[in-house]
Design a protein around this ligand. Structure first.
Ligand SMILES: Nc1ncnc2c1ncn2[C@@H]1O[C@H](COP(=O)(O)OP(=O)(O)OP(=O)(O)O)[C@@H](O)[C@H]1O
Length: 486
């Protein structure tokens, strides 16, 4: 890609970007939220047209007018938010738009199924091909996306933050798959905010800052500190927050012997849970072990079948795991998204009328505080980069002075700087005697923030440990149900 530029209104998302990918290379793209990474890749995949610049594939100048054209050129993309059809099976999704036929007209799923099962086995994927996508865990959905892209004959695979939704164990599986594809001569582009992942998987790294590609080098010529500095454009100064001694003794949130029937016939049994004021309780677990249901109960989205659940706080913040479904209203304005759920507050609404000026002032203030860069505050929130959308959710929830904070993967998709900012805010909330329940798939985040970590396995809390008295190995074992004697 040479001299690629793209603007949206006032925002210059890409400014004269040069980007080169070699055959058989894994190339990482890093940069702050809103730096222009997704835009560059969407241009390569034909989702956006550049204002200026040229694209060459195999040395040939090409115009990529649509994803269909991109696919013809051997380009495939797994986007931040999957594009699968929930009610279709994995197999139906994979073959969509390239259905195998026999006798010219009849669909031949069997032949396609065999071919795809062989491909899945080769990559080490375990995808139940005949299950509807909506019933599959997120890791299997991602495998389906990858299989779909490869089934369509991809030489260049683009993945936008593929690890953001994966548990640590699944990340290793994805990396193995990437290495396999590379050894077959395929070329891969991965966008990620995690610099240890860049160091582990990439051959080359390109750094983007404010729409420009500011550096590109072999991975052996750099290190995480240098990369972080290039991303920010200034030396990284770690912030430190003091964890104050807090003394509350009345639990703000308590579950006792609570049971909840799952969607299938499993019974979720929460043995014990209480969160004192001024405490961060981390919830660790491999996805699908009851964390989602726990959050649903705590936020009132589902009722328990038996046992007790008490909540002593009045104001509860909820940072949901799936921001597109539960966190924001994609087609609504950015400023309106800042007050969803608080819109009846006298500050924003009088005589049943929204107070536009006051809402805008509030939103502008939050944008500034959380360093969210936007073109126009009245634009639909879907025009923001993924990380900036997440920042809006976090800002809205934390700025409402909640007493209890239920945060599921609050830093998912955030750059290092923004993630650190959110961590600081959660610790501040804790120091001010708020109760925080933090669900995260990142053990480092849990160990860094939590006062206690509860590990979930098969719908139960199988252990509660203090970060100072445990380590990743022990947590990992508990998460796999191997050691539940604590
Ligand atoms: N469809 C669009 N309409 C308007 N603005 C857009 C659109 N798509 C992207 N932008 C803007 O372009 C800029 C770059 O966004 P982009 O999604 O490329 O960033 P990114 O580096 O991928 O960020 P993140 O790490 O948060 O995903 C942002 O300021 C974003 O708001």
């Amino acid at each position: 890609m040479r001299g690629i530029s793209k603007h949206f209104g006032q925002v210059h998302a890409n400014v004269a970007v040069d980007f080169t990918l070699h055959r058989g290379e894994i190339h990482a793209i890093v940069g702050e939220n809103g730096a222009g990474k997704s835009t560059l890749m969407k241009i390569l995949y034909g989702l956006y047209q550049p204002d200026a610049g040229e694209i060459f594939v195999d040395g040939r100048a090409v115009t990529i007018s649509s994803p269909r054209r991109a696919m013809q050129l051997g380009l495939g993309m797994v986007q931040q938010h999957f594009t699968l059809i929930p009610v279709f099976t994995a197999l139906q999704n994979i073959v969509l738009a390239k259905e195998p036929r026999k006798f010219g007209a009849l669909l031949d799923y069997q032949q396609a199924g065999e071919q795809i099962a062989a491909l899945a086995a080769q990559l080490g994927f375990d995808v139940p091909l005949n299950t509807p996508i909506e019933s599959l865990p997120i890791g299997a959905q991602q495998h389906t996306e990858i299989l779909k892209v490869l089934y369509h004959g991809t030489d260049i695979l683009i993945m936008d933050e593929p690890t953001a939704v994966l548990a640590p164990q699944e990340v290793e599986g994805l990396f193995n798959c990437m290495r396999n594809l590379k050894s077959e001569g395929k070329s891969l582009i991965i966008i990620t905010h995690k610099l240890d992942e860049v160091m582990a998987i990439a051959d080359t790294v390109t750094v983007m800052r404010r729409g420009q590609a500011v550096a590109s080098c072999p991975i052996n010529d750099t290190d995480p500190t240098t990369l972080a500095e290039m991303i920010l454009g200034e030396p990284v100064i770690p912030t430190s927050v003091t964890r104050e001694q807090t003394t509350g003794t009345t639990p703000l949130l308590r579950l006792e012997n609570a049971t909840l029937s799952g969607n299938s016939d499993t019974t979720r049994r929460q043995r014990w849970k209480k969160v004192f004021p001024g405490e961060i309780v981390g919830i660790a677990g491999v996805e699908g072990n009851g964390q989602t249901e726990l959050v649903q109960v705590l936020t009132g989205l589902r009722q328990i079948d038996s046992g007790t659940f008490t909540l002593n706080g009045e104001r509860i913040a909820h940072i949901p795991a799936d921001r597109h479904r539960h966190g924001i209203s994609l087609n609504d304005r950015i400023d309106d998204n800042f007050i969803i759920g608080h819109h009846k507050h006298s500050r924003f609404c009088r005589y049943e009328l929204l107070q536009r000026k006051s809402i805008q002032r509030y939103a502008l203030n939050a944008l500034d505080k959380y360093q969210i860069r936007v073109g126009d505050i009245t634009d639909p929130i879907r025009t923001l980069s993924g990380g900036n959308q997440q920042k809006v959710v976090v800002a809205r929830e934390l700025e409402a002075q909640p007493e209890v904070i239920i945060a599921a993967h609050p830093t998912r998709g955030l750059d290092i700087h923004a993630a650190e900012f959110v961590h600081t805010r959660l610790i501040h909330a804790r120091n001010r005697a708020k109760a925080v329940l933090l669900v995260s798939s990142e053990l480092d985040e849990l160990l860094h923030l939590s006062d206690r970590i509860a590990v979930m396995y098969d719908g139960k809390i199988v252990g509660v440990v203090k970060p100072s008295e445990t380590n990743k190995q022990e947590l990992g074992a508990l998460m796999l149900g191997l050691n539940s004697n604590r």
